[in-house]
Design a protein around this ligand. Structure first.
Ligand code: C2E
Ligand code: MG
Ligand code: MG
Ligand code: MG
Length: 279
């Protein structure tokens, strides 16, 4: 298993459920300096074709190793970055870095980059993507932007325009964590998402025998197929889950079973030694 080979496991700074205002303030001070102090890094998690199990993409996942706070999980600092709008410069850095690193991978492998609503709704977002592609030389077809349903809660038409601009460059857009937000089928009809990512909670639910989760995955797969969109199952942790997901007709799989998020060099190394994946 790549998780053993990759060495990508950290000692996580456990999120405190009700962080005090003071703790939050200190974290914000540190977050403001994080890029300048070179504390940010991207890890990459493989997404595989459910049938061939070949790597089709890597999702870039941001890691923050703070000098002052140690490792802080994205579940903790991403919401803080969004609230303070620090996600705008941080997200710009992520976009640049991910394109730059993906440029060294085989041509058929895409890179998936998460984009927050605050970042997408910035007037300069389209320009930011153009610049990241130009600076790296990455073909636009190799970049897939990931957004969640939450983008439509804010300013739906602005979000839609921003995504259409990115699509017109040749990039694709995936709908992340599908089923956990305020799913509106209206937007699925209006926007040409290339992929719908079925949230981990449904995968875990189905694996534990939940008839409801199973029904939801079936429905999402059927809907995606008829709309000519692909599906990715998130959070697949075991061989049994992979088998179940394959039988449900999901096109792609992402999860610890096929690989944990890993440092850039380890992702790079996978290409020279593909058997490392799930060995
Ligand atoms: P996401 O985009 O849905 O990313 C998938 C998350 O699921 C990642 O958590 C990944 O490590 C985790 N995961 C993958 N496979 C498994 C599995 O088999 N089991 C379990 N239990 N978990 C699995 P991570 O890296 O902690 O990131 C959490 C979230 O933070 C991401 O969810 C994404 O919403 C956000 N995030 C991460 N990097 C960025 C970034 O560069 N920009 C923005 N805007 N958001 C980011
Ligand atoms: Mg994602
Ligand atoms: Mg997701
Ligand atoms: Mg998720």
């Amino acid at each position: 298993r790549a998780k053993d080979a990759g060495g990508a496991e950290h000692h996580r700074f456990e999120p405190v459920l009700h962080a005090s205002a003071e703790e939050r303030r200190q974290l914000e001070v540190a977050l403001r300096k994080a890029l300048g102090r070179d504390e940010m890094e991207l890890h990459y998690q493989p997404v595989v074709d459910s049938r061939s199990e070949a790597v089709v993409s890597f999702e870039a996942l941001l890691r923050w190793n703070s000098i002052d706070h140690g490792f802080v999980s994205p579940g903790k600092f991403i919401p803080l970055a969004e609230d303070t709008r620090l996600i705008v410069p941080i997200g710009r850095w992520v976009m640049r870095k991910a394109c730059e690193e993906a440029r060294n991978w085989p041509e058929h492998v895409k890179v998936n980059v998460n984009v927050s609503p605050e970042q997408l709704l910035e007037p300069g977002f389209h320009e930011e993507v153009v610049e990241a592609l130009a600076a790296s030389g990455l073909r636009p077809e190799r970049l897939e932007v990931e957004v969640t349903e939450s983008i439509f809660l804010r300013d739906a038409s602005v979000a839609r325009n921003a995504l259409e601009q990115v699509m017109s460059l040749g990039c694709s857009v995936a709908l992340d964590d599908f089923g956990t937000g305020y799913s509106s089928l209206g937007y699925i009809r209006k926007l040409r998402f290339s992929t719908i990512k079925v949230d981990r909670t449904f995968v875990q639910g189905a694996a534990q025998g939940s008839a409801e989760s199973l029904a939801i995955i079936n429905a999402v797969v059927a809907m995606a197929k008829s709309l000519d969109m692909a599906t990715t199952a998130e959070g697949v942790e075991t061989a049994e889950e992979a088998e179940l997901i394959r039988n449900l007709g999901c096109d792609k799989i992402q999860g610890y079973y096929f690989g944990r998020p890993m440092a850039s060099q380890d992702a790079q190394r996978l290409f020279s030694n593909p058997s490392k994946l799930r060995a």
